[in-house]
Design a protein around this ligand. Sequence first.
Ligand code: NAD
Length: 492
Amino acid sequence: MHKYPHYIDGAVREPQGGDYYESFNPFTARPWALVAKGGADDVEVAVQAAHRAFRSPEWRNLTATARGHLLRKFGDLVAVNAEHLGHIETTDNGKLLAEMLGQVRYIPQWFHYFGGLADKLEGAVIPIDKPNMFTFTRPEPLGVVAAITPWNSPLLLAVWKIAPALAAGNTIVWKPSEFASVSALEFVKLFEQAGFPPGVVNVVTGDGADVGEPLVTHPLVAKVAFTGGERGGQRVYELAARGLKPVTLELGGKSPNIVFDDANIDNAVKGVISGIFAASGQTCIAGSRLLVQKSIHDEFVKKVVDFAATARIGNPIELDTQVGPVTTEPQYRKVLSFIEGAKEEGATCRLGGVASSRPECGDGWFVEPTIFSDVRPDMQIARQEVFGPVLAVLPFEDDEEAVAIANDTPYGLASGVWTENMGRALTMSQRLEAGTVWVNTYRAVSFMAPFGGYKRSGLGRENGMGMIHEYLQTKAVWIDMGNEVPNPFVLR
Ligand code: NAD
């Protein structure tokens, strides 16, 4: 098996403890690569390298235009390597090659967009209220940014942090998920090829406790950008608070996909399927609660069940596969236990509800696409993030009840509304407590559109121009143009 060391200061670097762990292919349930098992010592070396790079003239004195050019060049290199990176992602996390290739091919846009923004970060001259004084502001980078990312979209979700952080002039230590690190270790090498100075982007692999926590608490880390589950996010927030560090958190969800009786039904069926069974439900924005208006409930649920029953399950590396395995063994067990829980609570299992034993699934960690109806809002299956191919269907009477059920959750990441009535769509978009509302579509993201959670789904935003300020701080500069220094004992 190929060994993947850390990547620090522009070169591969053996873990100081000398240990490697096995990374598994979820389709075969067998190890396929060995990844460096990092610890606090490795974090120390990486943060020092990133800090040196941040202070180095090669990075600091680069004009913003030149920095932007490097980002765009890097984006072009990703495009050339997309096929290779996509195959690694599918082998490591078991998500469909069609999905991973689509994600990696889209990544260059982030580097082009934020590369273009690098030299448009302007300060302002303040028309200050004191005579003969010239006061202006300058946006400045924060320093070393810690990027901590999950396994479900390993590169894309890292890029949402890396592209803007670099455009703003920061340097980075990135800890990918211990379950899917290999693409990060291949991707990071392209920074050097693009001409970035060594140490600007570093990768240390390993788990949350051994690598993530020392990284968050390192005194030279100025900001933490985290995507992952609620428990990890809370821990990171607490640790970062001790160092008074700014944090962005992209966490989980229990997103409602709401279908009204005036919807285009065929489109809504496809939207519901794409919301929950694409990526085997392993997306933070999974539309895992289907809210259907009572007047079309039975007919609509039958259509969703019939459609889902035709999904081609199997090897994610084959481009016509529609549902792949669950990424990790613990996650596979967790999904099955949620299914058992839903049955015990009295939900009706309309499809699936078991691990998949089809021959085309081999030894992989597969769960059959599962649909539960007769779900009540108080059931665990309607409240907790499953992160697997499990849909909970809840009926509603009218708009008021739809809003009440949709918002009755501690989460607020995304939501979908299916209706041909634009007045209703706009009203719903206003009333739903979620960072994203999709109308007559689902699972659309862009480098241009702010993304993030309401309530317990997160803090701060990624994507879009405004979010660059998550990686900047503002300095005010005062120049006295020749006033006589007045009484030194009072505030000027
Ligand atoms: P996770 O929280 O277990 O792990 C995410 C990352 O955090 C990993 O790199 C992990 O090693 C690290 N980590 C865990 N505990 C840590 C700690 N105490 N200190 C520092 N780092 C720590 O999440 P996961 O299982 O990899 O991913 C699934 C979760 O991520 C789901 O809840 C999903 O909704 C969420 N997610 C959110 C978004 C979003 O943009 N909002 C996107 C994708 C996934």
